[in-house]
Design a protein around this ligand. Structure first.
Ligand SMILES: Cc1ncc(COP(=O)(O)O)c(C=O)c1O
Length: 464
């Protein structure tokens, strides 16, 4: 497949593009999503904001009865981490923080995120029929997106390996899988093309969606290259597949090469139809994971289907979380937020370098790895001792490498080192010698000791 790189995301050149019609998505909604009714209360809540309206709609408690008086926050400046800025939440802002709110999220916060997304991804919400909606973390939004698009038995294309947090969602929805293995450039596009070109619809339904983690994939650490993104997007267009772009590590890219564009950017850069990409973003990795605040960006019709689910489940993202996030982002502005993400990415690059040095010192002859350029994971292939070798059902061409799950459970854990067995990241029951290592938290000394322990147990088991 020949790949022509389009002008960079920053180019002034824009190609004409046409949003897919709303009916495109309604025809693809799952039965459960198509049957979902709007919530009688929460759907009317935005009407309360009409000037002059006296609302007796919702069962909102009176905040005068709540014990909280104010929230004062100390926030590190995005440009000078030693400088602490104060943010006070009181009065009507505190009332909003303690009260029910609209399902989409605080309007001002949604607008802030939309403007940031428009700027960062070079997309225009008004002419391209997309919008943003907040939710309680991207994990929850992923579940709801799958729920909106997939009927029991439908096929989802996933990367091999894929995010271990998403496979239980698909299992619960009785999905079938089509696995496309990943190399150091991302999902192997030629494999995907071959698979789809030869698809036998009498065996499995033709896939509707491709779930991908394009930056610093959890667990493989791979960032899908620019050229590979183009190939994969073109395949998605050719075979009419919706791309679920799960991108919590978008802001944690620290590679030397220019950052590749998101699929959301790329579909506009390539010109023609837009609306094939639904993005999942998260404040978890850049502001606070415990806030449980993420957002979807994509075609309004799909976003609305997910909101209908939200309005009858979580109702809304936490008001308190939003009330803390909003003044911070207003104070920082988009430029301050982006400065903060650059500093955060640089922090993880330093952690990556420190961890890589430990690997080189202790595991050079005991494991293989590719150095990640985003996020917080190494995807190590351990040279496992013969005691944990077993029949490997893994990628074509891969030898019997052993089973890291058994090694971690029976050996490593007892020596005080814990890693995620790679098999959790495959949906096809293969065993693998891979392990996912998260290098985000350990200090230099702890990293050194963790990798030393791992090397020690590998070496001892190999010689025993
Ligand atoms: C690939 C991927 N998707 C989604 C999530 C969930 O993120 P959130 O905290 O926004 O729910 C994670 C969290 O680690 C992740 O790695």
């Amino acid at each position: 497949m020949t790949v022509t790189l389009p002008a960079a995301a920053t180019s002034k050149e824009t190609k004409p593009c046409t949003p897919l019609p709303s009916s495109y998505y309604t025809e693809r909604l799952s039965d459960v999503s198509a049957g979902r009714k709007p919530s009688p209360i929460w759907d009317l809540l935005p009407v309360e904001d009409t000037p002059g309206m006296l609302s007796m709609l919702a069962g909102k408690p009176n905040p005068a009865t709540f014990p909280f008086k104010y929230i004062h926050l100390g926030v590190r400046s995005p440009t000078d981490k030693t400088k602490i800025e104060e943010i006070a939440i009181e009065g009507k802002d505190l009332d909003a923080a303690l009260q029910y709110g609209v399902t989409t999220g605080f309007t001002e916060l949604v607008d802030w995120v939309r403007d940031m997304m428009a700027q960062v991804h070079g997309r225009d919400p008004d002419s391209e029929a997309w919008r943003v909606s907040l939710g309680p973390g991207s994990q929850d939004l992923l579940y709801k997106a799958m729920n909106a698009l997939v009927n029991p038995g439908d096929t989802v294309i996933v990367e091999g390996p894929t995010y271990p947090g998403v496979t239980p969602i698909m299992a619960a929805l009785s999905c079938q899988y089509a696995v496309v293995d990943v190399d150091d450039q991302g999902a192997i596009a030629t494999d995907m093309e071959k698979m789809l070109a030869n698809w036998d619809r009498s065996v499995k339904p033709f896939p509707k969606v491709f779930y991908t983690i394009p930056f610093g994939c959890n667990p493989s650490g791979v960032t899908t290259s620019y050229a590979r993104r183009i190939q994969l997007l073109e395949i998605a267009r050719k075979y009419d597949i919706i791309i679920l772009e799960d991108d919590p590590y978008y802001f944690l890219y620290y590679g030397k090469a220019p950052k590749p564009p998101s699929y959301f950017t790329l579909e506009k850069q390539l010109g023609g139809e837009v609306g094939r990409v639904l993005r999942f973003d998260s404040f978890s990795k850049v502001l606070a994971a415990g806030f449980r605040l993420g957002w979807i960006t994509g075609p309004s019709t799909l976003v609305a289907a997910i909101e209908r689910h939200n309005s009858c489940s979580v109702v809304q993202p936490s008001s308190l979380t939003q009330a803390v996030t909003l003044p911070l982002l207003k104070q920082w502005k988009i430029s301050g937020f982006l400065a903060h993400t650059v500093a955060t990415a640089s922090f993880y690059r330093q952690r990556r370098d420190a961890f890589e040095a430990c690997l080189n010192r202790h595991l050079a002859d005991l494991a293989e790895w590719t150095v990640p350029e985003a996020s917080m994971f190494f995807w190590l292939k351990l040279r496992l001792p013969p005691t944990v070798r077993c029949q490997n059902l893994g990628s074509p061409g891969e030898e019997d490498e052993g089973d890291s799950a058994a090694f971690i459970r029976d050996k490593a854990m007892h020596r005080g080192v814990l890693l995620l067995p790679g098999a959790n990241a495959y949906v096809d029951d293969r065993s693998t010698a891979r392990v996912r290592v998260s290098f985000s938290l350990l200090s230099d000394e702890q990293m050194e000791e963790a990798v030393r322990r791992l090397a020690e147990v590998l070496r001892e088991e190999s010689t025993s």
